[in-house]
Design a protein around this ligand. Structure first.
Ligand code: PGA
Length: 252
């Protein structure tokens, strides 16, 4: 099975409403083949409705960057997966390393978020990645295996066509120090091997997009996308300017 390439923007906590509106309109003019590629823009919560109204008619998907681990109720400041879905968004990022580190998100909490997103009907972009120290100790493969196995009981319940994995080495995020294509490919092959083993033992199709994230730019995108097991990218900084984002899309 040939998977579509996925290009996902993660705006993080950037841009005010007017700047967001401007960028959304610029992105809405991207020319791309919807049969070969999926583009998803993950915006801050207050911009979800705006983003869906501008991008959905152009065949571009919208996502949130996180969701609550709870369904509804007295959780001040939280946003549920069902709320995200009701805004017209179709995707949610779960397990980004910034959430894991800054908000001490545990595998248990991430599992609850996955369940909420699954029940709300969202597509899940689940992030994994080792730290610089873990790589320095040469434990990156165990770390990634662990990050997948600890949520596997819930992740395996997500239909494969609603699940995307993003390999984002923490040392590459926002540093300008992207993984080389070979280093990224080596880990993507490892991840696909884990998926193959897990899904084969459960007799399921294992065709899941594995995206690369971490200082992906127009300069390095082409070489990364050429690698056999890199099925697209999760892009932070370079998604905040239409020119660089469009150039990455054009590198596919
Ligand atoms: P970056 O962020 O492209 O700015 O490194 C990627 C991410 O955190 O998703």
């Amino acid at each position: 099975m040939n998977l579509k390439t996925c290009i996902v923007a993660n705006w993080k906590m950037n841009l005010n409403f007017q700047e967001a509106e401007h960028l959304l309109h610029e992105i809405s003019h991207i020319q791309f083949d919807t049969k070969k590629m999926d583009i998803t823009i993950c915006v801050p919560f207050p911009y979800l409705v705006l983003a869906t109204s501008i991008l959905k008619p152009k065949g571009i998907h919208v996502g949130a960057q996180d969701c609550s681990a709870h369904a509804f109720g007295a959780f001040t400041g939280e946003v549920s997966a069902a709320m995200i879905h009701s805004c017209g968004a179709e995707y949610v990022i779960i397990g980004h390393s910034e959430r894991r580190m800054q908000h001490h998100e545990t595998p248990m909490l991430l599992s609850q978020k996955i369940i909420q997103a699954l029940e709300a009907g969202l597509h899940i972009i689940f992030c994994i990645g080792e730290s610089a120290l873990e790589r320095a100790h040469n434990t990156q493969f165990e770390v990634i295996s662990q990050q997948l196995t600890e949520v596997w009981p819930v992740l395996k319940q997500v239909p494969v066509d609603r699940l995307i994995l993003a390999y984002e080495p923490v040392w590459a995020i926002g540093t300008g120090n992207s993984a080389t294509p070979d280093i990224a490919q080596e880990m993507h092959a490892h991840i696909k091997n884990i998926l193959l083993n897990q899904y084969t033992s459960e007799s399921k199709d294992q065709s899941i997009n594995v995206l690369y994230g971490g200082s992906c730019t127009p300069e390095n995108a082409y070489a990364l996308f050429k690698m056999a097991d890199i099925d697209g990218a999760l892009i932070g900084g370079a998604s905040l300017k239409s020119k660089s984002f469009i150039n990455i899309v054009n590198a596919v």
